[in-house]
Design a protein around this ligand. Sequence first.
Ligand SMILES: [Cu+2]
Length: 205
Amino acid sequence: MHKRVFLVGAFSLLVVGAMAGCGNSSSSGNGSAPGQPPAAVSNGASHVTGSHESGQVSAQSVNLNLKVLTGTMAGKPGWPKIEPADVTLKANSLVHVTIQNYDDGAAPVPGNDNQVQGTVGGTITVDGKQVSSISFDNVAHTITIPAIRLNVPIPARTAGEPYNTVRFSFKTPSTPQKLNWQCMAACGPGAMTTDGWMKGVWTIQ
Ligand SMILES: [Cu+2]
C-alpha cells in the first residue's frame, strides 16, 4: 500500500517536472506552474515567444519593432525617420525593442550620448553583439528619453548590410505618463525638431 502511494506520487512529480521543462522555466521544481495564467499580453503589441530568461515569469512583456529610415526612404531627403514615432505601452511592463536601422550615415552626438543608459543590463546588442556604448564617431541616431534616463545609441549600418539590428529591453514606468523621446544625433535639423520624425511620444498607460 505504502509502496503504491509512493509510486503515484513519484509519477505525478515526473509529470509536473516534464510540464515545467517544456514551457515556462520554473527552475525550483516546486510545481507552482498550474495556478499561473498563461503569460499572454493583450495590448496590441505582440506577445513574446521563446522568452526563456528565468526570473521574469510574471512581468508582462511585449515586443516593440522600430525602423530607422533614411530621408530618401521616408520620401523626404535629409529627413531621416524612426517609425513608428508614437507608440503606446502598458505601465510596468518589460519591453523588448528591436530596431532595424537602414541608415549608414553617422552624425555627431553631444556629451555621453554614445553610451547606453537605462536598458536592462545597461547594454544593447548590435547584430547580436552585446555592447554598452557605440564609438563616438559611429552613432547614426539615438533614442533618448530623459524622463526615464534611457539612452540608446544606434550605430550606422555598414556598407555590406542592408540594415543593422539593435536590440534592447527596458521596463516601463509603473504609472501612466507620456514619455517624450528624441534623437540626440545631429542627423537633420528638420527631422530632429519635428514630431513623428526624430522625436515622438511613447505613451504609458
Ligand atoms: Cu536621428
